[in-house]
Design a protein around this ligand. Structure first.
Ligand code: ZN
Length: 43
């Protein structure tokens, strides 16, 4: 699981609440809150 504020690296993550996908394309990107529902937990 990845939470908002972590730097999990490149990849596509899925919101555990609503299924919204977020793609991080740089290793220094910080996980944002879900743009759709605002939750902070992702797979
Ligand atoms: Zn969401």
């Amino acid at each position: 699981m990845v939470t908002t504020g972590e730097k999990p690296g490149k990849g596509t993550y899925t919101c555990r609440n609503c299924g919204q996908r977020i793609t991080l394309d740089d290793t220094t990107d910080t996980m944002p809150p879900c743009p759709k529902c605002g939750k902070t937990e992702f797979n």
